[in-house]
Design a protein around this ligand. Structure first.
Ligand SMILES: Cc1cc2nc3c(=O)[nH]c(=O)nc-3n(C[C@H](O)[C@H](O)[C@H](O)COP(=O)(O)O)c2cc1C
Length: 188
Protein backbone atom coordinates (compact mmCIF):
# COMPACT_ATOMS: atom_id res chain seq x y z
CA UNK A 1 0.00 0.00 0.00
CA UNK A 2 1.15 3.52 -0.72
CA UNK A 3 0.40 6.32 1.74
CA UNK A 4 -3.16 6.54 0.45
CA UNK A 5 -5.15 3.30 0.32
CA UNK A 6 -6.50 2.15 -3.03
CA UNK A 7 -10.24 1.74 -2.59
CA UNK A 8 -12.29 0.21 -5.38
CA UNK A 9 -15.88 1.39 -5.69
CA UNK A 10 -18.55 -0.97 -6.99
CA UNK A 11 -21.61 0.95 -8.17
CA UNK A 12 -24.64 -1.30 -7.81
CA UNK A 13 -26.85 0.35 -10.43
CA UNK A 14 -26.06 0.29 -14.13
CA UNK A 15 -28.07 3.43 -14.78
CA UNK A 16 -25.53 5.93 -16.14
CA UNK A 17 -27.34 8.95 -14.75
CA UNK A 18 -28.51 7.14 -11.62
CA UNK A 19 -28.20 8.32 -8.07
CA UNK A 20 -25.85 5.51 -7.11
CA UNK A 21 -23.27 6.55 -9.68
CA UNK A 22 -23.66 10.14 -8.55
CA UNK A 23 -22.59 9.02 -5.08
CA UNK A 24 -19.65 7.15 -6.64
CA UNK A 25 -18.57 10.20 -8.59
CA UNK A 26 -18.98 12.45 -5.57
CA UNK A 27 -16.90 10.17 -3.37
CA UNK A 28 -14.15 10.06 -5.98
CA UNK A 29 -14.12 13.85 -6.07
CA UNK A 30 -14.40 14.39 -2.33
CA UNK A 31 -11.88 11.70 -1.42
CA UNK A 32 -8.92 14.03 -1.79
CA UNK A 33 -5.80 12.63 -0.18
CA UNK A 34 -7.75 10.20 2.04
CA UNK A 35 -7.71 7.44 -0.55
CA UNK A 36 -7.44 6.65 -4.22
CA UNK A 37 -11.05 5.86 -5.07
CA UNK A 38 -11.59 4.09 -8.40
CA UNK A 39 -14.88 2.86 -9.82
CA UNK A 40 -14.56 -0.75 -11.02
CA UNK A 41 -17.19 -1.31 -13.68
CA UNK A 42 -19.50 -4.32 -13.38
CA UNK A 43 -21.95 -3.79 -16.23
CA UNK A 44 -20.22 -5.90 -18.87
CA UNK A 45 -19.54 -8.98 -16.74
CA UNK A 46 -21.16 -12.08 -18.25
CA UNK A 47 -23.53 -13.82 -15.85
CA UNK A 48 -21.62 -16.19 -13.63
CA UNK A 49 -21.68 -19.77 -14.87
CA UNK A 50 -19.09 -22.29 -13.63
CA UNK A 51 -19.12 -23.96 -17.05
CA UNK A 52 -17.40 -20.90 -18.46
CA UNK A 53 -14.34 -21.14 -16.19
CA UNK A 54 -12.79 -23.54 -18.71
CA UNK A 55 -12.42 -20.60 -21.07
CA UNK A 56 -12.66 -17.74 -18.64
CA UNK A 57 -14.33 -14.66 -20.12
CA UNK A 58 -11.70 -11.88 -20.34
CA UNK A 59 -14.10 -9.51 -18.55
CA UNK A 60 -14.10 -11.83 -15.52
CA UNK A 61 -10.29 -12.00 -15.51
CA UNK A 62 -9.94 -8.22 -15.77
CA UNK A 63 -12.51 -7.66 -13.03
CA UNK A 64 -10.84 -10.12 -10.66
CA UNK A 65 -7.46 -8.45 -11.26
CA UNK A 66 -8.91 -4.99 -10.69
CA UNK A 67 -10.44 -6.03 -7.36
CA UNK A 68 -7.29 -7.88 -6.27
CA UNK A 69 -5.26 -4.69 -6.79
CA UNK A 70 -7.33 -2.73 -4.24
CA UNK A 71 -6.59 -2.32 -0.55
CA UNK A 72 -10.33 -2.19 0.15
CA UNK A 73 -13.75 -2.11 -1.47
CA UNK A 74 -16.61 0.35 -1.09
CA UNK A 75 -19.98 -0.98 -2.23
CA UNK A 76 -22.47 1.73 -3.16
CA UNK A 77 -25.86 0.25 -3.88
CA UNK A 78 -29.47 1.06 -4.43
CA UNK A 79 -32.15 -1.34 -3.27
CA UNK A 80 -34.00 -3.52 -5.74
CA UNK A 81 -36.93 -5.37 -4.19
CA UNK A 82 -35.37 -5.17 -0.75
CA UNK A 83 -32.08 -6.65 -1.94
CA UNK A 84 -29.11 -5.69 -4.14
CA UNK A 85 -29.50 -5.36 -7.92
CA UNK A 86 -28.60 -8.49 -9.87
CA UNK A 87 -25.51 -7.00 -11.58
CA UNK A 88 -23.92 -6.33 -8.20
CA UNK A 89 -24.65 -9.83 -6.96
CA UNK A 90 -23.24 -11.19 -10.21
CA UNK A 91 -20.02 -9.21 -9.73
CA UNK A 92 -19.72 -10.58 -6.21
CA UNK A 93 -20.20 -14.12 -7.50
CA UNK A 94 -17.66 -13.63 -10.31
CA UNK A 95 -15.06 -12.37 -7.83
CA UNK A 96 -15.67 -15.24 -5.45
CA UNK A 97 -14.65 -17.99 -7.86
CA UNK A 98 -12.86 -20.25 -8.80
CA UNK A 99 -13.33 -21.91 -5.43
CA UNK A 100 -10.39 -21.10 -3.18
CA UNK A 101 -9.27 -18.13 -5.29
CA UNK A 102 -11.79 -15.51 -4.19
CA UNK A 103 -10.50 -11.98 -4.65
CA UNK A 104 -12.69 -10.79 -1.78
CA UNK A 105 -11.18 -12.84 1.04
CA UNK A 106 -9.75 -10.68 3.81
CA UNK A 107 -10.29 -7.44 1.93
CA UNK A 108 -11.80 -4.69 4.10
CA UNK A 109 -15.11 -3.32 2.90
CA UNK A 110 -17.74 -0.69 3.52
CA UNK A 111 -21.30 -0.25 2.29
CA UNK A 112 -23.28 2.84 1.41
CA UNK A 113 -26.87 2.19 0.40
CA UNK A 114 -29.10 4.86 -1.02
CA UNK A 115 -32.69 5.29 -2.06
CA UNK A 116 -34.91 8.11 -3.19
CA UNK A 117 -37.36 6.55 -0.74
CA UNK A 118 -37.38 6.86 3.02
CA UNK A 119 -35.63 3.66 4.09
CA UNK A 120 -32.23 4.37 2.53
CA UNK A 121 -31.78 0.90 1.08
CA UNK A 122 -31.57 -0.74 4.49
CA UNK A 123 -32.67 -4.11 3.09
CA UNK A 124 -30.04 -4.06 0.34
CA UNK A 125 -27.36 -2.97 2.77
CA UNK A 126 -28.01 -5.88 5.09
CA UNK A 127 -28.48 -8.48 2.36
CA UNK A 128 -25.07 -7.42 1.10
CA UNK A 129 -23.61 -7.69 4.59
CA UNK A 130 -24.77 -11.31 4.68
CA UNK A 131 -22.66 -12.11 1.61
CA UNK A 132 -19.66 -10.22 2.94
CA UNK A 133 -19.66 -12.34 6.10
CA UNK A 134 -19.35 -15.48 4.01
CA UNK A 135 -16.73 -13.84 1.76
CA UNK A 136 -14.62 -13.03 4.85
CA UNK A 137 -14.59 -9.29 4.19
CA UNK A 138 -14.24 -7.31 7.42
CA UNK A 139 -16.93 -4.67 6.95
CA UNK A 140 -17.13 -1.22 8.51
CA UNK A 141 -19.87 -1.17 11.15
CA UNK A 142 -20.07 2.51 12.05
CA UNK A 143 -21.13 4.86 10.76
CA UNK A 144 -23.92 2.95 9.04
CA UNK A 145 -24.79 4.58 5.72
CA UNK A 146 -28.43 4.22 4.72
CA UNK A 147 -29.08 7.40 2.78
CA UNK A 148 -32.77 8.06 2.23
CA UNK A 149 -34.42 10.75 0.13
CA UNK A 150 -31.17 10.75 -1.81
CA UNK A 151 -32.41 12.56 -4.90
CA UNK A 152 -32.74 15.71 -2.81
CA UNK A 153 -29.03 15.72 -1.98
CA UNK A 154 -27.77 16.53 -5.47
CA UNK A 155 -27.75 19.83 -7.31
CA UNK A 156 -28.78 20.20 -10.96
CA UNK A 157 -25.21 19.45 -12.08
CA UNK A 158 -25.27 16.10 -10.30
CA UNK A 159 -22.92 17.14 -7.52
CA UNK A 160 -23.64 16.77 -3.81
CA UNK A 161 -25.12 20.03 -2.61
CA UNK A 162 -23.79 21.67 0.52
CA UNK A 163 -25.66 20.47 3.56
CA UNK A 164 -25.98 17.64 6.04
CA UNK A 165 -25.97 14.96 3.32
CA UNK A 166 -22.63 16.08 1.95
CA UNK A 167 -21.24 16.46 5.47
CA UNK A 168 -22.26 12.90 6.26
CA UNK A 169 -20.73 11.51 3.06
CA UNK A 170 -17.53 13.37 3.82
CA UNK A 171 -17.30 11.88 7.31
CA UNK A 172 -18.11 8.46 5.88
CA UNK A 173 -15.16 8.76 3.47
CA UNK A 174 -12.86 9.46 6.40
CA UNK A 175 -14.18 6.41 8.24
CA UNK A 176 -13.83 4.16 5.19
CA UNK A 177 -10.24 5.24 4.51
CA UNK A 178 -9.29 4.72 8.16
CA UNK A 179 -10.97 1.31 8.17
CA UNK A 180 -9.07 0.15 5.08
CA UNK A 181 -5.78 1.39 6.49
CA UNK A 182 -6.29 -0.71 9.61
CA UNK A 183 -6.02 -3.83 7.49
CA UNK A 184 -3.09 -2.71 5.34
CA UNK A 185 0.61 -3.15 6.06
CA UNK A 186 2.32 0.05 7.22
CA UNK A 187 4.25 2.07 4.67
CA UNK A 188 8.00 2.00 5.41
C1 LIG B 1 -36.46 -3.19 -10.10
C2 LIG B 1 -36.49 -2.10 -9.08
C3 LIG B 1 -36.76 -2.41 -7.76
C4 LIG B 1 -36.74 -1.41 -6.79
N1 LIG B 1 -36.94 -1.76 -5.49
C5 LIG B 1 -36.76 -0.83 -4.51
C6 LIG B 1 -36.79 -1.19 -3.13
O1 LIG B 1 -36.97 -2.34 -2.77
N2 LIG B 1 -36.57 -0.22 -2.22
C7 LIG B 1 -36.33 1.08 -2.57
O2 LIG B 1 -36.11 1.91 -1.69
N3 LIG B 1 -36.30 1.46 -3.88
C8 LIG B 1 -36.49 0.54 -4.85
N4 LIG B 1 -36.41 0.89 -6.17
C9 LIG B 1 -36.16 2.30 -6.51
C10 LIG B 1 -34.69 2.58 -6.57
O3 LIG B 1 -34.21 2.74 -5.27
C11 LIG B 1 -34.43 3.83 -7.38
O4 LIG B 1 -34.87 3.63 -8.71
C12 LIG B 1 -32.97 4.24 -7.36
O5 LIG B 1 -32.87 5.55 -7.85
C13 LIG B 1 -32.11 3.30 -8.17
O6 LIG B 1 -30.77 3.71 -8.17
P1 LIG B 1 -30.11 4.50 -9.41
O7 LIG B 1 -30.78 5.84 -9.45
O8 LIG B 1 -28.67 4.59 -9.09
O9 LIG B 1 -30.35 3.69 -10.65
C14 LIG B 1 -36.46 -0.07 -7.16
C15 LIG B 1 -36.20 0.23 -8.50
C16 LIG B 1 -36.20 -0.76 -9.44
C17 LIG B 1 -35.89 -0.41 -10.88
Amino acid sequence: MTKHPAIGILVGSLQASGLTRKFGNAIQQLGGDRGRFTIIEIGDLPLYNPDREAETPPAWTAFRAAVAAQDGILFITPEYNRSVPAPLKNAIDVGSRPYGASVWAGKPAAILSQSPGALGGFGANHHLRQSLVFLDMPTLQQPEAYIGHSAALFDDKGALAEGSGKTFVDSFITAVAAWVKRFSPPVV
